[in-house]
Design a protein around this ligand. Structure first.
Ligand code: ATP
Ligand code: MG
Length: 180
């Protein structure tokens, strides 16, 4: 399994549809300060279900939508598509290629889809939860995040281990069932 491409449309500084093709192996993004490198990483976290505006370096979720510049007006929606090569079947779905997309409108309406089929956030989370990807996986290490792990409480540290062991999904399911 590897990430094949990511497309940003109206996400943060990417007003125009922009696709990054990713080959297996290491990809580096280089560019001047403020050119949008971290925004690409934010887009990856976002399309995989990230719910924290702060984690995405904003104040509220709407801040991911292109806010306009001196020469260009703001946009009404942000969309990110992530295509994953699933030829090895690492994701529990019968497709050799999986495209996850997430759209947010300025009205607050939001949409997720897997291979073009509208779905819930939970479906995206469950699809990714055993794959080493996903919202709660610590595969994206931002500035200051290493400190968070090193200074975590015993309870939080247990959470990291449960997550790595793939237990977290079952805990979430259990909590959901108990609530019902
Ligand atoms: P550095 O090298 O300093 O880490 P970077 O390449 O990682 O820089 P980013 O943090 O990805 O840069 O991009 C910051 C830019 O994105 C800023 O110019 C900011 O104005 C712009 N930006 C962020 N959110 C939006 C938005 N909603 N609409 C328009 N522009 C945005
Ligand atoms: Mg940066």
């Amino acid at each position: 399994m590897h990430l094949k491409s990511v497309t940003l449309k109206g996400f943060k500084s990417f007003a125009q549809s922009t696709t990054f093709a990713l080959e297996p192996g290491v990809t580096c993004i280089v560019g001047p300060n403020g050119s949008g490198k971290s925004n690409v990483v934010d887009a990856l976290a976002w399309v995989m279900g990230e719910q924290g505006a702060k984690t995405l370096r904003g104040g509220k979720m709407e801040d991911v939508i292109f806010a306009g510049t001196s020469t260009r007006g703001p946009l009404g929606r942000a969309e990110v598509q992530l295509t994953i090569d699933n030829a090895d079947g690492a994701l529990p779905i019968d497709y050799s290629e999986v495209t996850i997309s997430r759209t947010l409108f300025r009205t607050g309406a939001s949409e997720y889809a897997i291979n073009g089929q509208t779905c819930r956030l939970l479906d995206v989370q469950e699809l990714l939860s055993d794959s080493g990807l996903g919202r709660e996986m610590h595969v994206i290490i931002g500035q200051g995040r290493l400190d968070t792990v090193l200074q975590a409480s015993a309870e939080d540290r247990r959470g990291f281990i449960e997550e790595a062991a793939g237990i977290l999904k079952h805990r979430r399911r259990k909590e959901k069932t108990v609530r019902k």
